[in-house]
Ligand binder design. Structure first.
Ligand code: PRX
Length: 637
C-alpha cells in the first residue's frame, strides 16, 4: 500500500501523472489530450480535449453490470413515501425528464434552475440537465422569494423546475407562491416552469408557462435521450453561495474534472464501494447534496438515500429520534455523511436509540460544514463505534480540502481537527497582515490554496471572471493564492485546525449565510436607519445571526410593545426575503453602531461582545461608549 504522504507528494509534484491516473476512474467518450492546462493562472482547465458526460458516469455506465441494483432510494418521513429506483428505473426517469426539458425548449448550455424539496424528481432534474448538457442551478428550497429572485436574475434560466410544496415537521411549505413572487421580482422571466405536484398545497398554474411533470412524464414515457458528449471543460452546473457582498456568487464547475474528482474521492476518502449504500443527510440545495447525495455515490455505483424530513420524525410521522439509524439498518448503509448540528440534535434523544438498531453495516460517519466540537465527536464515536471523520471544504472546492484519506492509508483522526490536506490541494497558512507563509506549528493564519487548484474545484464565478480573480485570488498583497477566508493553525504532525471565518460569512446549523444579505433585507424596513448582523456562538446550531438595529426614530422605543412589534416585523421581513434560516435569533435596538474613525463597521467587536469575549484592540474605534451600550443590551437579555 502507498503511504498517504507519497500519494499526496505525487499529486503536488507531478499533477499531470497523478490526475491522468485518476482520470481512468471514469468513462471517456474521447480521451483527454492534456491533463492540466494552467497557462493562464488562476484559471485551470482539466482534461482538455476529453469528451465525457456526468450523467453517463452516474447512471448509464452502470446499466451493464447493475441495472437492477438500487440507485436512488427516496425516503420521506414527511409524506411517508419510500421508493427505490434501480439504475434502470433511474435511467428511464432521467430520460423522461430530459425529454420534457427539451420539449420546453432547453438546449445544451441553457440554464435550468431547480427549486425543489428533497424528492426524487429533484435528482432526476439534475441528472437530466447533465445528460443534455444544460447547466443546472439548484437553489435551496428553504430560501424565499428575494434570494430566489436574485438567483433567477443572475442565472437567466430558460426553465425552472419546482414543486407545489416542501414539508417540514408534517407541515406543508408551499413553494409555488414563493416562486411566482420571485419570478415577478426578477427582470428575467423563464420560458417555462415544470412542476411536480405532490398534492401538498394547491397551485395556480400560469397558462402557457406552467407545466405539470406528471403530464409531461406520461407524454415522454418511452423517451430515449442519449447523453450529449461534452468537453471536459464544459460547465456542468452553478451553485450560489454567500460571500462578503450582498450579491451571491454563482460558483461554476466543469464536467470532466468534477466527475474525476468525485470518483477519486469516493475511492480514496469515502471508501464507498459499488453495490453498497451511501446516506448523506444534506440537501440538494447545498454543495454536499450535489457531490455526495446525487453525483458521487452514483458515479461509484452505490445506492444513495435521498431523505426528506427531520432527523427526529419517523415514517409514521410520529416523533422518532432513531429514523436515520432505522434507515442505516434497513438499507445496510456503509458510509454516512452528516453535519455536526444534526449530531447535536440527536444527542438530545434517548441514547438507547443507538443500540436499538443493527448498525453493523456502517464503516464510517463523515461530518462536515462547520467545526466539529469534541464532546459531539466523542458522543457519536462511542455510540456508533466507527471512525467519525471530520472533513473541511467549501462550496467552491466541491470535495474535501482537509480530511483523512483512509482509502489510501489508514490514519488516526485527531479530535478538533478535520485532518491533513487532501491530494491535489497545496494548502498553506499565511500571516494575516504580511502575507508571509507560516511554517512553525501552532501559528494562526489564513488558510490559502496555491494554484493550480485540483479537478472539481470551481472554474470561476458564473459570468464574472474578474470577480473570481479579485474576490478569491488577489487578497494577499504580492501573491496570487486562493483565499478560503478561514482561519487555521497546523500542528507538528501537519494536522490543521479551523478557527472560523475571516469574513462576514456565518454558519448556522452548517448552512452558510452572508450577514450582508441579512443586513440588506433588514435595511429595507422603513424604520431602520442602520443595521449590523453578526454570527454568535450557539450550543446547538454552531452560530446564530444576531441583528443590531439603529432606528430612524429612536423615540419609537420608549414604548416596549412597539419594540416587540418591530422585532417581529423585521424577522418576518427576513423570512419573506431570504427564508427562515436567515432569520436573526434576536433583533436588538441600539442608538449607534461601533465603527472605526473612517466609518467601517466593527462587526468583529460586536461579535466578541455578544460572545462575552474581549473585543480586542479598540484604538481605531470612533466612540467606545457605543460598544458599551451593546454590551449592556446583551447583558440585560
Ligand atoms: O468556514 C468553513 C466551514 O464552512 C465553510 C464552507 O461552507 P460551504 O460553502 O457551505 O461548504 C460546506 C461544504 C462541507 C468553510 O469555509 N466549514 C466547512 N467544513 C468545516 C468547516 N469548518 C470547520 N470544520 C469543518 N469540517
Amino acid at each position: 500500500m502507498t503511504s498517504y504522504a507519497d500519494f499526496y507528494r505525487q499529486s503536488i509534484d507531478q499533477p499531470d501523472a497523478f490526475w491522468a491516473e485518476q482520470g481512468q476512474l471514469i468513462d471517456w467518450h474521447k480521451p483527454f489530450d492534456r491533463v492540466c492546462n494552467y497557462d493562464n493562472p488562476p484559471f485551470v482547465h482539466w482534461f482538455q480535449g476529453g469528451l465525457t458526460n456526468l450523467c453517463h458516469n452516474a447512471v448509464d455506465r452502470h446499466l451493464k453490470d447493475r441495472a437492477d441494483q438500487a440507485a436512488l432510494i427516496a425516503v420521506s418521513s414527511e409524506t411517508g413515501l419510500e421508493k427505490t429506483y434501480s439504475f434502470k428505473d433511474l435511467h428511464d426517469e432521467v430520460q423522461r425528464m430530459a425529454a420534457s426539458l427539451q420539449a420546453l425548449g432547453v438546449q445544451k448550455g441553457d440554464r435550468v434552475l431547480i427549486y425543489m424539496p428533497m424528492i426524487a424528481e429533484a435528482a432526476f432534474a439534475m441528472l437530466a440537465c447533465a445528460r443534455i448538457g444544460a447547466i443546472h442551478c439548484v437553489v435551496f428550497g428553504g430560501f424565499a422569494s428575494g434570494s430566489l429572485a436574485s438567483r433567477i436574475e443572475d442565472a437567466t434560466p430558460k426553465v425552472i423546475v419546482s414543486a407545489d410544496a416542501g414539508s417540514r415537521g408534517g407541515k406543508a411549505l408551499p413553494y409555488k407562491p414563493l416562486l411566482d413572487e420571485a419570478i415577478r421580482l426578477s427582470s428575467h422571466k423563464p420560458n417555462a416552469v415544470l412542476l411536480a405536484d405532490r398534492s401538498l398545497a394547491p397551485m395556480d398554474l400560469v397558462a402557457g408557462r406552467d407545466h405539470l411533470w406528471n403530464e409531461l412524464r406520461k407524454t415522454h414515457r418511452d423517451a430515449q435521450v442519449p447523453c450529449e458528449w461534452l468537453d471536459a471543460t464544459a460547465i456542468s452546473y452553478t451553485i450560489y453561495t454567500s460571500g462578503t457582498t450582498g450579491k451571491p456568487k454563482g460558483v461554476q464547475r466543469d464536467t470532466g474534472g468534477y466527475t474525476v474528482a468525485l470518483a477519486a474521492s469516493m475511492r480514496h476518502i469515502f471508501d464507498g464501494r459499488a453495490g453498497e449504500t451511501f446516506f448523506s443527510t444534506s440537501d440538494i440545495g447545498w454543495v454536499v447534496g450535489h457531490s455526495y447525495i446525487v453525483y458521487g455515490p452514483l458515479i461509484a455505483g452505490m445506492a444513495t438515500i435521498l431523505y426528506e424530513g427531520l432527523p427526529t420524525q419517523g415514517m409514521d410521522k410520529k416523533p422518532n429520534g432513531g429514523i436515520w439509524w432505522e434507515l442505516v439498518e434497513k438499507y445496510k448503509v456503509t458510509v454516512m455523511f452528516s453535519a455536526p448540528t444534526a449530531v447535536r440534535v440527536l444527542k438530545k434523544q434517548d441514547p438507547a436509540l443507538l443500540k436499538k438498531y443493527d448498525l453493523s453495516s456502517l464503516r464510517a460517519l463523515f461530518l462536515a460544514g462547520e467545526p466539529l466540537d469534541e464532546p459531539t465527536a466523542r458522543w457519536i464515536s462511542e455510540g456508533l463505534n466507527v471512525p467519525i471523520i471530520d472533513n473541511y471544504w467549501q462550496t467552491e472546492s466541491g470535495w474535501p480540502i482537509l480530511t483523512i484519506a483512509n482509502g489510501v492509508e489508514q490514519k488516526p483522526s485527531k479530535f478538533g481537527s478535520p485532518g491533513v490536506p487532501m491530494y491535489g490541494y497545496n494548502v498553506k497558512l499565511l500571516h494575516e497582515a504580511t502575507g508571509e507563509e507560516l511554517t512553525a506549528p501552532g501559528e494562526k493564519g489564513v488558510v490559502v490554496i496555491e494554484g493550480p487548484t485540483p479537478p472539481g474545484f470551481m472554474q470561476t464565478i458564473w459570468q464574472d471572471d474578474s470577480r473570481f480573480v479579485q474576490t478569491y485570488w488577489k487578497t494577499v498583497p504580492g501573491k496570487t493564492v486562493y483565499n478560503t477566508f478561514d482561519w487555521g493553525i497546523r500542528d507538528a504532525d501537519g494536522y490543521y485546525f479551523i478557527l472560523g471565518r475571516t469574513d462576514d460569512v456565518i454558519n448556522v446549523a452548517g448552512h452558510r449565510l452572508g450577514t450582508r444579505e441579512i443586513e440588506e433585507s433588514i435595511s429595507g424596513h422603513l424604520q431602520v436607519a442602520e443595521v449590523a448582523v453578526v454570527g454568535v456562538a450557539d450550543a446547538l446550531k454552531g452560530q446564530v445571526a444576531m441583528a443590531f438595529v439603529v432606528l430612524r426614530d429612536a423615540a419609537l422605543l420608549d414604548d416596549s410593545a412597539a419594540a416587540i412589534k418591530l422585532e417581529a416585523e423585521i424577522m418576518k421581513r427576513v423570512d419573506g426575503d431570504l427564508g427562515a434560516l436567515a432569520r436573526p435569533a434576536r433583533v436588538r435596538f441600539v442608538s449607534a453602531l461601533p465603527k472605526t474613525r473612517s466609518g467601517k463597521l466593527l462587526r468583529r467587536a460586536i461579535q466578541a461582545v455578544c460572545e462575552g469575549r474581549d473585543a480586542g484592540d479598540l484604538t481605531t474605534m470612533d466612540d467606545p461608549a457605543v460598544l458599551q451600550q451593546i454590551k449592556d443590551k446583551v447583558a440585560a437579555a
